[in-house]
Design a protein around this ligand. Structure first.
Ligand code: C2E
Ligand code: MG
Ligand code: MG
Length: 578
């Protein structure tokens, strides 16, 4: 404050029951600082607490013996009611020991009646106020995040410790929620850091609104927040709060005039069930959050014990998978598909392989689930489509007969916005005939993503591509229901083919699938045909096409041209029924 401005008088609360002491103090202070202070006087601690609740004060001067509280008790009550107020003691005795103890417990100064003159008291007051303000600034800095004003990691840790202590005593639960914005990096990169900052502030506000006053929401790091909910008696309460948070954040935020949606992933671990200490709870809530994110984000997951193992495995693979594409360790193999009436190759299914630098050639069973979980399947799937189409076209230019190309899709790709555009662009860039391409989607993927899948499938169908339901017969779908999806082909799952013709139940199922498919004008392909007997049975029941080791294992790219140049190659020379 500059010296030319009139200073606002310092508001003092004097708690003193002896009228002559009040008078003396007022006289001393007036002499030292007339007009620079305003003093309210009360005689009891109760009255002091009431005054503090209704008026703003800069400092309290407290007599140590009052009618309704003695010594430390009076101070403690005042401090509990207003921890931010500096308190000075005015005592009748000079007791160095007592003074020291009081100072250590947070009292700002200890004045002895009759010893201090007005100026000394005034100075002590001013210093006490200043000291308290500085202490508060420092603790604010040490405990709160400067951007959002939320508690930071340090304060979070204290609060969680306290919450767990209270919970152990009260036999209640504490929920720890780990929250992570799904697309923060993207927003930061495309709109700049200041937009990113504004977004974090707005998210912090919305989170605060979703919670009760006694709950804690802290900024843990970057775009990560942690919420502590106390007094949990029923685990579902935290789920309800998490849903409330998702809903609250689903309304768009306007930053720099642009509307932004902020999906968020939430993981929950509940004390004592999911962890007895702070570290375990935090780690488990974090693992659950990762699972929520891997499930596509904007989602809530409760912790399950298997999550930590999975996150380790995922981390190892993820680290190795990311560079696999750049290091050209991924490869496509192609398995010929045969028409059973004509006995010749009518298609090639592209199958992904990973030439792992130390573990050798890996099959999708070794890495596909992790690719899906981590989302790496999205760029990899794009690579598969682009590579298969480009390869196919170069074979065609070299004289390969026009067989079909079958490409597997994952649910993650289908859910990706702009996926259809990507397919369309790839077909155009590789000059690929859309009608030569069949996209395969497993029955389970299709059913689990039915609503979302349908629009994408319609759009792909409109581009001229064919769609095939992979691994059919293992899921729970009915054929007529599938028909809604503009599907062209059913691939009968390997597990149904494997023990034909001996397993009579499977014989019945396979026959029923083929017949029903034909009624609905769908083609059928049998997967995993390994024996002439299987082939004979499938032919006898009118299955349209087949693939399997009986004809050919998946081929390396270099092997394909020679193999397909003679479309009858691989066809069993001996048809057991013929
Ligand atoms: P799928 O699409 O059902 O592929 C057929 C799988 O059966 C292939 O396994 C193939 O090598 C195997 N197979 C073929 N003939 C026989 C046989 O006679 N006997 C036996 N026991 N197996 C046979 P693969 O290559 O290990 O692929 C496994 C699955 O991984 C595929 O099943 C597919 O769902 C997925 N996949 C493969 N490549 C891709 C890809 O590029 N993208 C996506 N999203 N998934 C892929
Ligand atoms: Mg397939
Ligand atoms: Mg299959």
């Amino acid at each position: 404050m500059s010296s030319s401005e009139p200073e606002t008088p310092i508001a003092l609360l004097l708690v003193e029951d002896n009228p002559s002491d009040v008078q003396l103090l007022r006289m001393l202070l007036t002499k030292a600082a007339d007009g620079k202070f305003a003093m309210t006087v009360v005689a009891r601690v109760d009255a002091a607490l009431q005054a503090i609740a209704t008026h703003r004060f800069d400092a309290v001067i407290l007599d140590l013996s009052l009618p309704d509280a003695e010594g430390m008790t009076a101070f403690e009550r005042v401090q509990r009611a207003a921890p931010e107020l500096p308190v000075l003691i005015l005592s009748g005795f000079s007791d160095e020991q007592a003074a020291l103890k009081l100072l250590q417990s947070g009292i700002q100064d200890y004045l002895v009646k009759g010893q201090a003159d007005g100026l000394a008291i005034w100075r002590a007051l001013r210093y006490a106020i200043e000291r308290k303000r500085m202490q508060q600034n420092l603790s604010q800095l040490a405990q709160y995040d400067h951007l959002t004003g939320l508690p930071n990691r340090n304060l979070l840790s204290d609060r969680l410790t306290q919450a767990l202590l209270r919970a152990s005593r009260g036999k209640k639960g504490v929920a720890v929620m780990f929250l992570d914005l799904d697309r923060f990096k993207q927003i930061n990169d495309s709109f700049g850091h200041s937009a990113g900052d504004q977004l974090l502030v707005s998210v912090a506000e919305r989170l605060t609104h979703c919670l009760r006053r006694e709950d804690t929401v802290a900024r843990f790091a970057g775009d990560e927040f942690v919420v502590i909910l106390e007094g949990i008696v029923d685990g579902s309460h935290s789920g309800v709060v998490a849903e409330k948070i998702l809903r609250s954040l689903s309304a768009p935020l306007v930053i720099d005039g642009k509307e932004m949606h902020i999906p968020i992933s939430i993981g929950i671990a509940v004390f004592p069930h999911d962890g007895a200490d702070k570290e375990t709870l935090m780690r488990n809530a974090d693992a659950a959050m990762y699972q929520a994110k891997n499930g596509g984000g904007n989602n809530v997951r409760f912790y399950e014990p298997c999550m930590n193992e999975r996150s380790y495995e995922r981390l190892m693979m993820q680290n190795a998978l990311r560079p696999a594409m750049e290091r050209k360790e991924l490869a496509l193999y192609y398995q010929p598909v045969y028409a059973l009436d004509a006995g010749r190759i009518v298609g090639l299914e592209a199958l992904l392989r990973w030439r792992h630098p130390s573990r050798g050639l890996l099959l999708p069973a070794d890495f596909m689930r992790l690719m899906e979980e981590t989302g790496i399947i999205v760029p990899v799937g794009e690579w598969v489509l682009r590579t298969a189409c480009a390869q196919y076209q170069s074979w065609r230019r070299a004289g390969l007969p026009p067989v079909g190309l079958q490409i597997n899709l994952s649910a993650r790709q289908l859910g990706q916005s702009g996926f259809t555009d990507f397919v369309e662009r790839t077909l155009r860039e590789t000059a690929m005939d859309p009608t030569a391409v069949t996209l395969e989607l497993s029955e389970n993927t299709l059913m689990e993503n039915a609503r979302q899948a349908n629009d994408a499938l319609k759009a792909l169908h409109a581009l001229g591509l064919r769609l095939s339901v992979d691994d059919f017969g293992t899921g729970y779908s009915s054929l007529p229901y599938l028909k809604r999806f503009a599907v062209h082909t059913l691939k009968i799952d390997r597990s149904l083919v494997a023990d034909l013709p001996h397993n009579s139940e499977n014989v019945v199922i396979v026959r029923a699938i083929i017949n029903l498919a034909h009624d609905l004008r769908l083609k059928t392909i049998a997967e995993g045909v390994e024996t002439p007997e299987q082939l004979a049975l499938l032919r006898a029941h009118g299955c349209d096409q087949a693939q399997g080791f009986l004809f050919s294992a998946p081929l390396m790219q270099e092997e394909v041209p020679d193999f397909v140049a003679d479309p009858a190659r691989g066809w069993p020379p001996l048809d057991p029924l013929a």
